[in-house]
Design a protein around this ligand. Sequence first.
Ligand code: P1T
Length: 383
Amino acid sequence: MNWKEMSFETKAIHAGQEPDPTTGAIMTPVYLSSTYVQSSPGVHKGYDYSRADNPTRKAYENCLASLENADYGFAFASGCAASTTAAHLCRAGDHIILSDDLYGGSHRLYSQIIQHNGIEISLVDLSDVENLKAAIKDNTKMLWLETPTNPMMKLVDIKKSAAICKEKNIISVVDNTFMSPYFQKPLDLGADIVMHSTTKYINGHSDLVGGALLTNNKEIADKLYFLSKSMGTIQATFDSFLCMRSIKTLAVRMKAHQENAMQVAKYLESHKNVEKVLYPGLESHPQHKLAREQMSGFGGMLSFYIKGGISEAKSFLEKTKIFALAESLGGVESLIEHPAIMTHASITAEQRAELGIGDNFIRVSVGIENIDDLIKDLEQALQ
Ligand code: P1T
C-alpha cells in the first residue's frame, strides 16, 4: 500500500500496520520481547534486540511518520528524551539557536544541560525572521523552534526560517507538539526534523509520556537511529502500542479541540474580567494571517491575562471544576495552569517578565467535553 497517496484520517488508522500474519489480529500485537532468536549468528528476521528495533514500536513509528509526510520516524521515552537525542546531532563548539519562548523543560534542558556540555545556545525571538538572520554565527548547527510557542502562542514562519537555514547548512527542527500534524506539517514547509511531545495530542489521553522525531533526510535519520539505539532513549513497547491506538482518533480529536477552543477564546475575549486572550484563531492575534497561511487550523491551546494579579489568578484557578488545575496539555480533558508557578517555573523571573509570563497569566488546554459545560465552568470561576 502506498500510504503517501492516502488521506490523513486513513493513514492515522492503517499506516504501518498489517493484520498479524499468524492470527489475523487487526491490532498490531504488543511484542514484549527484549530479544529475537537468530537461525545463524547475524541471521534474523529484521530484529535482534528491542533497544534497536521492536515490531510494535516500528509500526507506531511508521504510522506517525506517515502523518507528518516523513520517510523516517523514531519514538522516544518522552518529549525531553527526543529533544536530548536530537541535540546530540550537535557537538561541543557548535551553536544552537532556540525560540526565546519555549516549554520550561526544554528551556531547562538546553540552558542547564546541553549548554554545560560545551554547546553554545542563543534564545531568540523568532517571530521576526530578521532576528534569526542576525543570530546566525559561523558555528550555528541547529535551529530549534516551537510554533505556536508555549505558553505565549507566538508564531514562527516555518517556511522562511527553514529556507534561511537550508542556505547556511543549519538543521532546522520544529517542535510541532501544539498543532499536531493534523493542523501543521513542518516538513512540507521545508523543516529538516519535526519533534513531538507525544504525551500531548498524539496520545491525547493523559496516560503516558512519550516523544518522537520525524524526518525525510536519510543522513539525519541514520544518525538519529544510531543515537537512539546507543543512548537507549527509546519509547517502551506498551507505550508505543497505546500511542498507535490513540492516533487512530487524532483527526476527530483535533477537530473537536479546535471547535471548543475557538468558542472558549471568543467567550474569554468578551469577558469583563479578562484583560487579553492569545489564540492564533482570533483576529486579534498579531500573527493571525501567518496562522492562516501555515496552519490548517488553530488547535486547542490558548493563554490569557486575567484582570488583577496573583490573588485573582489563584482564586480563579482554585474554582474551576471541569478545567483541572494541572501541568501538561493535549488530552481529551480540559486542563488549566499558571505557567509562572507551574510549567515555566524553571525559567528565571527576569526572563519570564521579558516574555510576558506574569502573575495574571493563565494557560488553557481546551478538551473535548461539551462546550456549554466548559463555558459554564469558566463563568462561575470568573465571577
Ligand atoms: O513532557 P515531555 O513529554 O518530556 O515533553 C516536553 C515538551 C516538549 N515540547 C513542548 C512544546 C511541550 O509542551 C513539552 C511538555 N510540556 C508540558 C508538560 C507542559 O505542560 O507544557
